[in-house]
Design a protein around this ligand. Structure first.
Ligand code: HEC
Length: 194
C-alpha cells in the first residue's frame, strides 16, 4: 500500500512538473513574438489605432471588433490598420489575382508606389494566416475569416477610390516621419520598393 501511495505521489509530482515546464515553454515563445513585434517597428505603428467601420458589411464589422481584441497582443491595431496592403476583390483566389493584375495595369500610380499600395489578390488572407501561426496568437479559424473579411474590405474602402488621395497623403507622412526617426529600419523595410 505504501509503495502504491509513493508511486502516486511520484506520478503526481512528475506530471505537475511537466505541466509547469510546458506552460513556461509556451509562454516564452509567445513572449519572444511580442518582444520581436515591439523591437522592430513599422511606419504603420505611428498612425491611428482606430477607424470607423460602422458602414461596413456585418462580417467585416465583426472582424474589426475581433481585430481590436486579438490582434493587439503583440503590437497595436495601428500595425494592420495603417498597412500598405490592399487586397483585390473576387469570388476566389484566381479571381482576386486577376482583379489585382487588372487594377495594376490600369492605374500606374498603384504599381509605382509599393510602400503606399501593395496590391495583391490574397495579401490579407496570407498575413492573417501568418499571424495565426505565431505562438501566443488566440485568433481561431472563424475569427481569422472575419478579420480577413474586414481587412480586405477596409483596404479597398479606405485606400482606393474616393479615399485614394487622402490615403496616399496619410501613408506618405507616416513614411517620411519614420525615415527621419528610424533611418536604418526604414532602409530595411522600404528603401528598395519605391
Ligand atoms: C503573437 C504575437 C502577434 C499577434 C497575436 C499578432 N501579430 Fe502581427 N506581427 C507580429 C510580429 C512579431 C510581427 C513582425 C513581422 C513578422 O514576424 O511577421 C508582426 C507584423 C505584423 C504586420 C506587418 C507585416 C508587414 O510586413 O508589413 C501586420 C500587418 C500584422 N502583424 C497584422 C496582424 C494581425 C491582422 C493580427 C491578428 C490577426 C496580428 N498581427 C496578430 C506579432 C503578432
Amino acid at each position: 500500500m505504501k509503495k502504491l501511495a509513493a508511486l502516486f505521489i511520484t506520478l503526481a509530482v512528475f506530471s505537475g512538473g511537466l505541466t509547469v515546464y510546458a506552460g513556461e515553454a509556451a509562454k516564452s515563445a509567445a513572449e519572444l513574438e511580442k518582444e520581436k513585434a515591439m523591437k522592430e517597428p513599422y511606419a504603420n505603428d505611428f498612425g491611428p489605432d482606430k477607424i470607423d467601420a460602422a458602414a461596413y458589411p456585418k462580417e467585416a464589422q465583426e472582424g474589426y471588433k475581433l481585430l481590436q481584441q486579438k490582434c493587439t497582443v503583440c503590437h497595436t491595431a495601428s500595425r494592420p490598420l495603417n498597412s500598405q496592403f490592399v487586397e483585390a476583390d473576387g469570388k476566389d483566389g484566381a479571381a482576386r489575382d486577376a482583379a489585382a493584375a487588372k487594377m495594376l495595369k490600369e492605374d500606374a500610380e498603384l504599381a509605382k508606389n509599393k510602400n503606399v499600395w501593395q496590391l495583391e489578390g490574397g495579401i490579407w488572407q496570407r498575413y492573417v494566416k501568418r499571424m495565426m501561426n505565431k505562438p501566443g496568437c488566440t485568433v481561431s479559424k472563424d475569427d481569422g475569416k472575419k478579420i480577413w473579411a474586414f481587412l480586405a474590405h477596409d483596404s479597398r474602402e479606405r485606400k482606393l477610390g474616393k479615399n485614394k488621395a487622402a490615403w496616399k497623403a496619410q501613408r506618405e507622412k507616416l513614411l517620411a516621419d519614420f525615415k527621419a526617426k528610424f533611418a536604418k529600419r526604414y532602409e530595411e523595410l522600404y528603401a528598395e520598393k519605391h
